[in-house]
Ligand binder design. Structure first.
Ligand SMILES: [Zn+2]
Length: 435
């Protein structure tokens, strides 16, 4: 996994003269196993290839650092009941937030991603970004004051187009987003990770799925933006600029003629994004003044996605056609992606997926028609039932995963906390005094 966007720490501790850990690679290998889920010593031996006494020794070293603890006893088929070893949830805590066009979610999680506090509120979609940022900081401040454990990191999820713009700006001119990032860093003095909400939610979703389904997964967010997050080998693929998964900007074929926000013509979002569906529904309502769409639209406030779903259920042919066409376009794009990465599971999420069975059936049908038979043979397609809390859970897992990924972890593990990462001091000095 790659290094975080920016790191900083304000709580330096005296550096030891020599590393505390005699065998870092072995210790990191053991930690990598237990952070993915509680494991018995025997399971750690199998996963790391280390012998029995070596595992015991490494586990002791991690216990001394305060990073792991004994978990529950496993039911054994005979003999001694094996105890599991797991990440010590209370060693630190993570501030997490998800900023969407019309919703803001904020939480405080332990190192296993469990939320100790969370808050969700609606925001005005045409709000001033500065107002939202100030609100986010106020909620983070409140959450930070409630906890006594060291803050290990901050995770912020945002729409994919925003997150990728941020990555592009890295090292170049200071964008408004970079400024937000630096404010978080200066204020909380812990590593800050910015990702698309789909990349963060994918990990939360993967953690909720069982064994074979979780490691090879495509998580698709069907909203105003259409974003796919690809998980292979249990890790989210981010791409060179962190912009992997802009599925909504795949060419949707010759019948797609609208100009996209990205500047191209014919992107998937122009036929299957939430805005495209609403525009098509408004047009259909105008063309058929006696139809269900026109009637629902006339209640005031305009049409929304549930209105289109309801109209289709009531037998409005135009509404059903809009959803079916969008589903076919989504399924065709997903077939290309599925052929490329061969996932075990495809998870469909977001308010466009929530319009129901007409769109989902069309998606499945197009996917099965256009993908290679080998790719769809054992493919599981599910609709996400993740709540907003699960997105924050995924954000916390993302931060913990990044903090514990090599080579980043190698520079702090001797000290027991990423808040003591040496690069932090340099970066904080560069940023000057915190805002
Ligand atoms: Zn586009």
């Amino acid at each position: 996994m790659d290094s975080p966007v920016v790191i900083a720490s304000g709580r330096p501790k005296p550096r030891p003269d020599r590393p505390v850990l005699a065998d870092r690679p072995g210790v990191l290998a053991v930690l990598d196993v237990v952070r993915r889920g509680d494991a018995t010593r025997q399971e750690i031996e199998i996963a790391t290839g280390l012998g029995r006494s070596a595992v015991t020794e490494r586990v002791r070293a991690l216990e001394r650092l305060g990073l792991v603890e004994k978990g529950e006893a496993r039911v054994s088929s005979g003999g001694r009941t094996p105890r599991t070893i797991g990440l010590r949830a209370d060693a630190g805590c993570i501030l997490v937030a998800s900023v969407e066009r019309s919703a803001l979610g904020v939480g405080l999680a332990d190192l296993r991603g469990r939320l100790r506090f969370e808050h969700h509120e609606a925001v005005d979609p045409v709000r001033d970004p500065e107002v939202v940022t100030r609100r986010l900081l106020a909620l983070f401040d409140w959450a930070d004051e409630q906890q006594e454990r060291p803050l290990w990191g901050v995770g912020l999820g945002m729409p994919a187009s925003v997150a990728s713009r941020l990555e592009r700006g890295k090292g170049g001119g200071a964008s408004a987003l970079e400024a937000v990032h630096d404010r978080l860093l200066g204020r909380y003095r812990a590593p800050v990770f910015l990702r698309s909400t789909a990349q963060m939610a994918a990990l939360g979703q993967a953690a909720q799925l069982g064994g074979g389904l979780r490691d090879e997964l495509v998580y698709v967010e069907l909203r105003r933006e259409i974003t796919a997050s690809v998980v292979t080998g249990g890790r989210v693929q981010r791409g060179a600029l962190g912009a992997a998964g802009l599925l909504g900007h795949l060419y949707a074929g010759e019948s797609a003629v609208g100009r996209c926000r990205c500047g191209n013509v014919g992107c998937l979002e122009t036929v299957a994004g939430a805005d495209a569906l609403l525009a098509a529904a408004a047009q259909a309502a105008q063309a058929h003044p006696c139809g269900h769409l026109a009637r629902l639209g006339a209640r005031g406030g305009g049409l929304d996605l549930p209105d289109i779903a309801l109209a289709a259920q009531l037998g409005d042919g135009a509404a059903a056609a809009i959803l079916a066409q969008a589903g076919r376009a989504i399924g065709t794009a997903l077939a290309a992606l599925a052929n490329a990465v061969n996932p075990a599971t495809i998870v469909l999420a977001g308010e466009v997926a929530e319009t129901g069975e007409i769109l989902l059936a069309a998606t499945r049908e197009a996917l099965y028609r256009h993908a290679h038979p080998l790719v769809t043979r054992d493919l599981t397609i599910i609709r996400s039932v993740m709540s907003r809390s699960a997105e924050l859970f995924g954000a916390a897992l993302t931060v913990v995963g990044e903090l514990m990924a090599p080579p980043f972890i190698g520079s702090w593990i001797d000290r027991g906390s990423p808040a003591d990462h040496p690069e932090m001091l340099a970066l904080l000095a560069e940023l000057g005094s915190a805002p």
